[in-house]
Design a protein around this ligand. Sequence first.
Ligand SMILES: [Zn+2]
Length: 500
Amino acid sequence: MTATQETLVPFEEVLERYDPALGLEVHVELNTATKMFCGCPAAFGGEPNTHVCPTCLGLPGSMPAVNRKAVESAIRIGLALNCSIAEWCRFARKNYFYPDMPKNFQTSQYDEPICFDGYMDVEVDGETVRVEIERAHMEEDTGKSTHVGGATGRIHGADHSLVDYNRAGIPLIEIVTKPITGAGAKAPAVARAYVSQLRDLIVALGVSEARMDQGNLRADVNLSLAPKGSGVLGTRTETKNVNSFRSVERAVRFEMQRHAAILDAGRSILQETRHWHEDTGITTSGREKSDAEDYRYFPEPDLVPIAPSRGWVDELRGTLPENPTERRTRLQVEWGFSDLDMRDTVGAGALGLVEETVAAGASPQSARKWWLGELARRANDTGADIADLGVTPADVARVQALVDEGAINDKLARQVFDGLLAGEGTADEIVAARGLAIVSDEGALSAAVDAAIAANPDVAEKIREGKVAAAGALIGAVMKEMKGQADAGRVRELILEKLA
Ligand SMILES: [Zn+2]
């Protein structure tokens, strides 16, 4: 086991001596109605071991059949990633034993993936980085183990384990990049941008819920360092199941600093899988993994080869969403955003959210303001991605509509977001339940203005003399008295009327 307490090399220093190479493997759980090779429902959750049959339990004599919709989704993902689509390919058995895999092999693809040799152009800080895609192949998910009785939820220290096979056989697409070199100091940001923009694409294709927090989209992050300028690839580590965009970026950064410390000390990197710890921001050793690992792959004898006709592939090409680069350009023009506004929106992973909020009726500027300001800050506080906060674009549009109607102001809107994040109901319900509506009752406002004038005679005198700017102090006093819930515009009018 490698020590986890190496003194990390400062990030800038890593780049003085080493070139990083990244690799990303993303698993996407498809949203098909049924599983990959049987008719069991592919729905998330359910009572344990109720979405199962002889096929997905791997019972002797059961026969799998390929889910056409999953193949269709795989091809559409491949086309969107500019891949070639195989004219003929097969499934393969990847043999290994693990309790959550009832067949003792995973039906996957090996040397004949359905999609290969593609790319995705990713925008990072206003620059376009081309990420080459090696392959996208079809496979099935495993079941889910729960380790009971330990402190950490891991198998070590547990006194027994439970297995739920509801997830076994749910269709997955694994998308593997070629090594991404030359990113230098931007390597962590490139990794994050790739996963974030890949998710946008998956959502636009409509092939998966693509929620990282629910495991519909899972990223494994490979990283290696090579001596600067050497042009070779170093030994890599593979950090598994990093479950937010922010964590992807942090994990790459951490591994770069850790690798550099080991290499600086003249030791070698152990090729292994590693676990990411969200709370402490570090990775720890998983299991050793060599390239020669032998899964005894062989073509799956129970399934016929997949030979998608060119006609079908062309037909599916016609169903693709807008190319992401063109989409960004179009939205920037439609929204009237500056390059910087657009860059920040893409960087925050908020492009789709802003788009949906605008579709729900908000102005682009107000949609951007809430997502990149208030909501990004809260996501940052909790370590979640903004898309996973539980606040929807429709919620944000409704909050802004309440501001536009004068029912609440920006300050009160923040309290509405508190309520939305706490699951207190809709924006309107929260305004009612928390009593947040702005007071526009003339009697109450008038009384508060009179009280503020009486309490600040010198300020009132200045306003009478024509120094209208002094009204700000009285407006402030009224707002304070009314806990921010007064209509500031009307308060100003009343002050000026009374002191005319
Ligand atoms: Zn089944």
